[in-house]
Design a protein around this ligand. Structure first.
Ligand SMILES: [Zn+2]
Length: 301
């Protein structure tokens, strides 16, 4: 998986601090997660081939998470897009987007398909033979979901050296990857264990923004490879965090520790703090593997 941060700040966009948007590359997909104002500019700036985006996941209807969506949809139209575009987001997102397209007489010439969400429990909202996407119910001032992206366990890997050594015909290679024992050219049955290797361990990514401290998500995101968790505030503003239904860096680290994730990525910083290192320092007192999101950064995992 490869995650590129297009924006990781809260509230209003500013020069060099963009609101939330990320792209996740996984098994041939390019998923867009949230779409704050200016996302299409960031996509161009960081040279993301955004015509490849087929699925957009919107956590909630606060402006810093979706005000870039109508602009991006409109640009796709101007670029002559033909491929379907699926948008997953809270109930009301279809109306919020379509009224603007309607009043501007700017209907898309491609299929725009909305999947409106209203469930309070985690639900499977997308899957194919390689990946699944579930909602992660969060606790915010408006209805809000995070998203959990998981690779499915792939086929076994061909041990080409073993296959050549044991004189197995190439025509059996796909059977070997599927886990079958096969006969070699001399008619001897060879066990699959001798000809194949374990598949890669499936990776997973949990996106959790925006939310108050919500330990209920821990079971669902247990052992996730990478967790992006908002940390709008530091502990000194814990009361403000609870009031605005956001989290502190310490609370994000508590979630990461209890969920035993691989890496914690912090973001959605309030503009009141000058230096983001203070978020990292606070989180590292609880959980050791902490990274700070920054606009334009990519992480492969
Ligand atoms: Zn919000």
């Amino acid at each position: 998986m490869k995650l590129t941060i297009l924006g990781c700040h809260s509230a209003s966009p500013r020069y060099n601090s963009n609101p939330t948007a990320q792209v996740l590359e996984v098994r041939g997909h390019l998923f867009l997660i949230d779409c704050g104002e200016g996302t299409q500019v960031q996509l161009r700036r960081f040279k993301v081939k955004f015509s490849r985006i087929r699925h957009i996941f919107i956590s909630h209807l606060h402006g810093d998470h979706f005000f870039g969506l109508v602009g991006l949809i409109s640009t796709f139209r101007l670029l002559g897009r033909e491929a379907e575009l699926h948008v997953y987001g809270p109930k009301g997102i279809k109306e919020a987007i379509t009224i603007q397209l309607k009043l501007g007489k700017s209907w898309t010439n491609y299929s725009l398909i909305f999947h409106e969400l209203g469930g309070k429990e985690a639900e499977l909202i997308y899957q194919d033979d390689k990946v699944t996407v579930h909602t992660i119910p969060l606790r915010h001032r408006v209805y809000c979901n995070g998203f959990l992206f998981r690779e499915k366990l792939g086929d076994r890997k061909l041990n080409i050296d073993a296959a050549l050594k044991r004189n197995v015909s190439m025509s059996y290679y796909s059977k070997i990857k599927q886990g079958f024992d096969v006969e070699n050219e001399d008619g001897v049955l060879i066990s699959n264990n001798e000809l194949s290797l374990d598949p890669d361990i499936p990776k997973s990514y949990a996106f959790c923004s925006d939310t108050a401290y919500q330990p209920e998500i821990i079971d669902q995101i247990k052992n996730t490879s990478l967790l992006y968790h908002e940390s709008t505030f530091l502990s000194e503003h814990e009361e403000l965090a609870e009031k605005t239904k956001h989290s502190t860096a310490k609370q994000a680290a508590e979630i990461a520790k209890k969920a035993e994730v691989g890496t914690l990525l912090l973001g959605h910083y309030s503009g009141r703090y000058g230096n983001h290192e203070v978020f990292k320092k606070e989180a590292e007192q609880i959980f050791s593997n902490v990274e700070l999101a920054a606009d334009g950064m990519s992480i492969e995992f």
